[in-house]
Ligand binder design. Structure first.
Ligand SMILES: Cc1ncc(COP(=O)(O)O)c(C=O)c1O
Length: 414
């Protein structure tokens, strides 16, 4: 049976979402590279570094010790305790082991949080631009994403007034992601204080604080933690974090959620039917990571991303037609390309959308980035600088060349 013929069997919930656009863009780039084209792929949301050796050694040691069995669904006691210790040491937040669940990546944590709490038509407020999985996970779990459109003039962050307007009696969650994928925005103390003020007036709203890029920041001080600004909201806040970005462990699939015990317990019920405990030796390796076997790596990686952010910003701002806001964290820059919309390619085709521009960059110069449509704010594209200095330098030159081949519409009209 063809994929189209089968579609009548696919549930409405699953039909309401698409395959990850980032995965699609990465696959398209890989296919062209497979044909022998020189492609620079800046689509991916993962560190280009390898996992530090000391973390790998901890996994090997665990394997050799026979750490190869099912673990408790919510994670090993050793890892959950290490996560509690991490929050106490790094964030000055006190938690109990029962407040923590370990899953196959932060992605599963978020999925389970929504699955465990959403009834049909419950609303989830998501600031755009967003990580594409947020709205899709809401839809697949029967909820309704309520988007607050970010404004470049506000650094792509939502304000208290706009949050207040978006909350209804059906709101179940607000999702905040700082440092942000795809914009690199980081909420300041005063911005979070104002949002917390609004949230205090609406006790039926849960807060999902996605801090996956916690350790990748370029500001003078580390990003502010939501629970420092609003410790009184701890009883309705879920922290989502993991090993993927901080320790270059995307393939190991270890993420965690920390929040109110009742929520963590409900998420554990879901996990017990979906996957059970996460990989045993990956959990052992994450204990070593959290205990600091690779603490040098975390700081070196951060400084490297910071240097690349400057390199990329400097390069892109020299290209007429592109506008960039300096990211304060994560490893992405969200590039405004509105001045290139309406321009003409050498073959006469018109660049009508950010996707057209992204296609042009790939076709003409072999640079793969992801169109803003995937993140809910156009016309933009996301460029990941989790790539080598050399690749980034080459990519900027190629984007400049691709841009020079376009004729701006004003020129055409004149
Ligand atoms: C904002 C954000 N949250 C969560 C995740 C999930 O990461 P993982 O499932 O690898 O832990 C990602 C990964 O790209 C992300 O960008």
């Amino acid at each position: 049976m063809t994929h189209t013929a089968f579609s009548s069997f696919v549930s409405r919930r699953v039909q309401s979402v698409k395959l990850s656009p980032v995965a699609a863009a990465t696959a398209q780039a890989a296919a062209l590279a497979g044909e022998g084209r020189s492609i620079i792929t800046l689509t991916s949301g993962e560190p280009d570094f390898d996992t530090p050796e000391a973390i790998k050694d901890a996994a090997i040691f665990a394997l050799k010790q026979g750490d190869t069995k099912y673990t408790a669904t919510a994670g090993t006691a050793a890892l959950r305790n290490a996560i509690v210790a991490k929050y106490s040491k790094e964030n000055n937040i006190s938690l109990k082991t029962d407040h923590v669940i370990v899953s196959n990546g932060g992605k599963q944590v978020i999925y389970q949080a929504l699955n465990a709490t959403l009834n049909d038509s419950d609303q989830v407020i998501i600031p755009a631009p967003y990580w594409p999985s947020f709205p899709d996970m809401v839809k697949i779990n029967g909820g309704v994403p309520v988007l607050i459109q970010g404004r470049a003039s506000e650094g792509f962050k939502i304000t208290a007034a706009r949050l207040e307007q978006a909350i209804t009696q059906h709101t179940k969650w607000l999702i905040l992601n700082s440092p942000n994928n795809p914009t690199g925005a980081v909420y300041s103390i005063s911005e979070l204080k104002q949002l917390a003020e609004v949230l205090r007036r609406h006790p039926h709203v849960l807060i999902l604080w996605d801090e996956m890029y916690e350790h990748i920041w370029f500001t003078d001080e580390a990003p502010v933690h939501f629970l420092h600004v609003a410790p009184d909201l701890k009883e309705r806040t879920l922290l989502v974090n993991g090993a993927s970005k901080t320790y270059a462990m995307t393939g190991w699939r270890i993420g965690w959620g920390a929040g109110p015990e009742g929520l963590i317990r409900a998420m554990g019920v879901v996990q017990s039917q979906v996957s059970s405990g996460a990989n045993s030796f990956a959990q052992a390796a994450t204990v070593a990571a959290l205990n600091g076997v690779a603490s040098d790596f975390v700081e070196i990686a951060r400084l490297t991303y910071q240097k690349r952010a400057s390199q990329v910003i400097e390069g892109l701002s020299r290209i007429p037609g592109l506008k960039v806001i300096r990211p304060e964290g994560s490893f992405f820059v969200y590039v405004n390309c509105e001045d290139l919309i309406g321009s003409l390619r050498p073959d006469g085709g018109q660049i009508q959308t950010d996707q057209d521009l992204v296609d042009w960059l790939l076709e003409s110069q072999g640079v793969a980035v992801v169109a803003g449509t995937a993140y809910g704010l156009s016309p933009y594209f996301r460029l990941s600088f989790a790539a080598s200095d050399q690749d980034l330098q080459q990519a900027i030159l190629r984007i400049e060349r691709a841009r020079l081949q376009l004729t701006l519409s004003e020129v055409v009209v004149a």
